[in-house]
Ligand binder design. Structure first.
Ligand code: NDP
Ligand code: 2IT
Length: 452
């Protein structure tokens, strides 16, 4: 065995940084996983010999392409599109598409890497991928979004397929964008296949896919609390974001008797001490999805609330916190503040919302802390169920799907417990559990394939 096979964590990370210069989000996601995996594989010779972790950090392929479109004033606009196909050892590449001005290769590589572990954790047959564009949908007309989506799919179509790679939504990509992209795929290929998930119910979409990520994140929270003899009823929740994941997480907290007091967007957060009721959540959903409005308008609509521009909600007293906006939206100081204010549990609806320092704060404080790759896996899990329904040309009932989502989240919780416990303590390190359980299934499949 060479020295390289026994690299220290630091040497390994130096190698990752050297091969991926400047891709700080990708380095961060790898570091968070490697901290646990290095320890786990210490005495497992074959994972070293076959360089499994090193191979998992090298995406199978990164496709990048030009996307040209014409705006409403007749100007030609040029964007960049990507699809990162990280790993298909346990199933077709699967993962969302993000349209946001900040999208770059580093962001999509971190998301595709995380997705590989997340999809493995679901127990379903899906590999990891992610894609998107630096297209900024804010302020664009429906026709501009349609032209962009059509142009994006005109290149993407050659790289995806129902058994190859199945994209879905993420930030800036919801039902409208999936509809435009599916329409274009069908037009180009003349095939009606399950090449995208998150589709409209009229054309192959699945019931509860829209709700699944947010609901799943709250089910994860519920499972962690149940394990230590607590419930969500009567607890106060702080939630960030006001998009798909945040609004459905809020809805499920309310269903389970909790009180949600904040929501946010990139302009700031609203604090409603009276509680964000179902009626108010419905208003936010409509305001965000149909009017494409800002969360600040909530404080004009509901006088019990106050808007805090350019601030994040983590200083508001709470029992539970659900970061549901974007990566690195919760830093070490904010994590310490949450812990100091008595927050007992954090469930991440977003991908990598807590920075590395914040992760260490939560781990050391031993609060109940579910990382995104476990907590937000309900969305991709129901996407996989949408794929199954499409292949069999059936549509399952809402009751069936609700049960499958709950069962999936229970399975994820239990896998985290199986790998995240330590002798002599009842505390579970859900980050470690998720990393190891996610890693093991993919790693064992890779070992079975030999060196490829
Ligand atoms: P949406 O586009 O529906 O909503 C995104 C929300 O996050 C908006 O409120 C947006 O505010 C806010 N946001 C985005 N970027 C920033 C930023 N830089 N600073 C502050 N707020 C920001 O996306 P989703 O709800 O689908 O996604 C939210 C998170 O959940 C992402 O991390 C995504 O990867 C993750 N996720 C989503 C899944 C899904 O099924 N949709 C599945 C699993 C994870 P603004 O409008 O101001 O940009
Ligand atoms: O981050 C994610 O898991 C998603 N954006 C959903 C992916 C999917 O394929 O449903």
């Amino acid at each position: 065995m060479t020295a390289e096979n026994h690299a220290t964590l630091e040497q390994f990370m130096n190698g990752v940084k050297k091969s991926n210069p400047g891709q700080v989000e990708f380095h961060q996601a790898v570091q968070e996983v490697a901290e646990d995996i290095f320890d786990f594989i210490q005495d497992k010779k074959e994972y070293h010999e076959y360089q499994i972790l090193r191979r998992m950090t090298e995406p199978d392929r990164v496709i990048s392409f030009r996307v040209c479109w014409e705006d409403d004033n007749g100007n030609i606009r040029v964007q960049r599109g990507w699809r990162v196909q990280n790993n298909n050892s346990i199933g077709p590449y699967k993962g969302g598409l993000r349209f946001h001005a900040d999208v770059n290769e580093s962001v999509l590589k971190f998301l595709a890497f995380e997705q590989t572990f997340k999809n493995s954790l679901t127990g379903l047959a899906i590999g990891g991928g992610k894609g998107g564009s630096n297209f900024n949908p804010k302020g664009k007309s429906d026709h501009e979004v349609m032209r962009f989506c059509q142009s994006f799919m005109t290149e993407l179509y050659r790289h995806v397929g129902a058994d190859v790679d199945v994209p879905a939504g993420d930030i800036g990509v919801g039902a409208r964008e999936i509809g435009y992209m599916f329409g274009q795929y069908k037009r180009i290929t003349n095939q009606f296949t399950g090449v995208l998930t998150g589709k409209g119910l009229e054309f192959g979409g699945s019931l509860i896919r829209t709700e699944a990520t947010g609901y799943g994140a709250v089910y994860m929270l519920q499972q962690m609390l149940t394990r230590v003899g607590k419930t969500i009823e009567g607890l106060t929740a702080v939630i960030s974001g006001s998009g798909n994941v945040a609004t459905h997480a809020a809805e499920k907290v309310v269903h389970l008797g909790g009180k949600v007091v904040t929501l946010s967007d990139s302009g700031g957060f609203i604090h409603d001490p009276d509680g964000i009721t179902q009626e108010k959540i419905d208003w936010v959903k409509h305001h965000k999805t149909h009017r494409r409005g800002r969360i600040s308008a909530y404080a004009d609509e509901f006088p019990s609330a106050k808007f805090y521009p350019n601030q994040r909600p983590w200083g508001i007293n709470c029992d539970i916190a659900l970061p549901c906006a974007t990566q690195n939206e919760l830093n070490g100081d904010e994590a310490r503040l949450l812990v100091k204010n008595g927050c007992i549990a954090v469930s991440e609806g977003a991908n990598m919302p807590t920075n590395l320092e914040g992760v260490h704060v939560f781990k050391e404080a031993q609060i109940l802390y579910a990382p995104g790759k476990a907590a937000n896996a309900g969305g991709v899990a129901v996407s996989a169920l949408e794929m199954s329904q499409n292949s069999s040309r059936l549509s399952w009932s809402e009751d069936q799907l609700q049960k499958l989502l709950l069962d999936t989240m229970t399975g994820i919780h239990d896998r985290c417990v199986a790998y995240g416990g330590a002798a002599g303590t009842n505390h579970i390190d859900y980050v470690r559990g998720a990393n190891i359980a996610g890693f093991k299934k993919v790693a064992d499949a890779m070992l079975a394939y030999g060196v490829v």
